[in-house]
Design a protein around this ligand. Structure first.
Ligand SMILES: *Cc1c(COP(=O)(O)O)cnc(C)c1O
Length: 361
């Protein structure tokens, strides 16, 4: 077997080995076509099956109700930063956002092109180390927006904000989609770039409640309307076939191991292993996120000096623990332990961190 390391990169990120193996096995001859999946027409019945299967797997794994559309779009989650306000803005109504980090900040910036934005809560003054408590959105706004997991800072919403009944809640779930069961009905729109928790970069999953598709102004560019993609089963233009195909294999795998409930169980267990090391290190490792806001997906921590952090990252690399350098907005280290990270990788990391502390304090 070729050498595999444990990959803690924040995205693109690790994928389950069986998924990669299956992609390799069927690469030259997909579904008996004598062609690879990236060569066949996106109008062929073989491709249609891939897409239908992927969509149905999302529906099944997340419990997506019938009145929601599942879309596979390109342009990354960053494109949804403007597609959300473009598709949901209503004349004279405010768009409300909670600012919990760099990605929220970028989403807010885009929304401002479309109308009045109100940031109703923010943790910016404490370098985004927590999720604001008791968030309540206002009546009569166009929509409410949150970022469910803050990839750079390692915080994650642990509760549902209060949203008036008629206001759609929009969530950027790029780095936490399917990390735990959610009730899709509580959201108007969910979007996620695939490259963290689902598959490779190049495709973005958008789940949108059907009644919201008609809000978009007629004059909006065709490709930027969710409605266009909903009416054409994401085949209005050539979809990013390879990323969707890999997502489909990853979804198959997630189903096979027991679905989102099982993933949550594993994710909680994995996160505990690392947070335990931080909490029992007598301050050698300092967690960035407040305990009540800790992410299951991205664990951020710092040490006494940048030199020590650098040494720790480098020592990890030598052991095949890759991608532990923190984002510049927090510094220090970050272990991204998405759905596809095995418990074994997390245990190896914990072992290493304990050893590193013993040798360096
Ligand atoms: C990575 C990330 C994005 C940006 O995704 P792209 O696909 O690169 O545009 C947006 N939001 C969150 C929460 C992310 O983690």
């Amino acid at each position: 077997m070729t050498k595999r390391v444990f990959n803690f990169y924040p995205g693109p990120a690790t994928l389950p080995l069986p998924v990669l193996e299956r992609a390799r096995e069927e690469f030259l001859d997909f579904a008996g076509t004598g062609m690879s999946v990236i060569e066949i027409s996106h109008r062929s019945k073989e491709w249609e099956k891939v897409m239908t299967d992927a969509t149905n797997l999302v529906r099944e794994l997340m419990g997506v109700p019938q009145e929601y559309k599942v879309l596979w779009l390109s342009g990354g989650a960053s494109t949804q930063f403007f597609m959300v306000p473009l598709n949901l803005q209503q004349q004279g109504k405010v768009m409300e956002y909670v600012n919990t980090g760099g990605w929220s900040t970028k989403a807010i910036k885009e929304a401002k092109h479309f109308g009045d934005v109100e940031v109703i809560a923010s943790s910016e003054e404490e370098n985004f180390s927590y999720i604001p408590k008791n968030v309540e959105f206002s009546e009569d706004i166009a929509f409410a927006h949150i970022t469910s997991n803050n990839t750079l800072y390692g915080t994650e919403w642990g509760y549902m904000p209060k949203v008036p009944k008629d206001v759609p809640l929009v969530s950027d779930m790029s780095s936490s989609i399917m990390d735990r069961p959610i009730n899709v009905k509580e959201f108007g729109v969910i979007y996620a770039g695939a490259q963290k928790n689902l598959g490779p970069a190049g495709v973005t999953l958008v789940i949108v409640r059907e009644d919201l598709l008609d809000r978009v102004p007629e004059r909006a560019p065709t490709m930027q309307k969710w409605k266009t993609h909903a009416e054409n089963d994401s085949l209005y233009n050539t979809p990013p076939v390879f990323p969707i195909y890999i997502c489909k294999l990853a979804l198959d795998y997630m189903k096979e191991i027991g679905g989102v409930k099982e993933l949550e169980k594993r994710n909680v267990e994995k996160a505990e292993v690392i947070y335990d090391v931080i909490d029992s290190s007598d301050g050698f490792y300092k967690g960035h996120a407040r305990e009540d806001s800790r992410s299951l997906m991205n664990i951020t921590f710092t040490m006494a000096s940048p030199e020590l952090e650098d040494k720790c990252v480098k020592g990890g690399t030598v052991r095949g623990l890759i991608g532990l350098k923190g984002h510049r907005s927090v510094g220090g280290m970050r272990a991204s332990i998405y759905n596809a990270m095995p418990l074994e990788g997390v245990k190896k990391l914990a072992e290493y961190l304990k050893e590193f502390q013993a040798e360096n304090q």
